[in-house]
Design a protein around this ligand. Structure first.
Ligand SMILES: [Cu+2]
Length: 171
């Protein structure tokens, strides 16, 4: 019995880092680009993206100073060359949201000043979300034991009344 509990505890400890990062893989989540650094110069977005899993259905949000920065979504070759003349979309009203409805790679750059060539660029790989776990075999029966205890108590009360009545008749 004690051994079994130790193994269960160990299992919880092992799986907890993944749980902390993404509470439920089946639920869409919002990724805030750069976290508290937001969308700015001097942030390593390669490193930031590496720590994330982008599932289909998630949302990507850019928060930034709209005077000094904006967000262009571009194609792969324009991402590499920091070309801002052939954008897919452009926005400068922070926050800028992108829904991620399909799997694939997406490319974002800041087109202002020389920010893109200084590293203010982000590429993400969107992947299909895992299938939700199959339902069944995990139903909880809450309260039935308590109900049974209550029923037993009232049976005892009833029995003592009957016994008392019988004693009364006998007297
Ligand atoms: Cu910028």
């Amino acid at each position: 019995m004690k051994m079994g509990r130790s193994i269960a505890l160990l299992f919880v400890v092992v799986i907890s880092p993944a749980v902390a990062q993404r509470p439920s893989p089946e639920q869409p989540m919002t990724h805030f680009v750069g976290d508290t650094d937001h969308w700015d110069t001097g942030v390593n977005y390669v490193k930031w993206a590496k720590d994330q899993i982008f599932y289909v259905g998630d949302t990507l949000v850019f928060k930034y100073n709209s005077i000094t920065h904006s967000v262009d979504e571009v194609r792969a070759n324009d991402y590499t060359s920091c070309n801002t003349q052939n954008v897919i979309s452009s926005d400068q009203t922070s926050p800028t949201d992108f829904l991620l409805p399909t799997a694939g790679t997406r490319y974002f750059i800041c087109p202002k000043s020389n920010h893109c060539s200084q590293g203010m660029k982000l590429t993400i790989n969107v992947v299909e979300a895992p299938a939700p776990p199959s339902a069944g075999g995990n139903t909880t029966k809450k309260g039935s034991a308590a109900t049974r205890v209550g029923g037993g108590k009232s049976f005892m009360v009833g029995l003592s009344i009957v016994v008392g009545a019988m004693l009364g008749v006998m007297n």
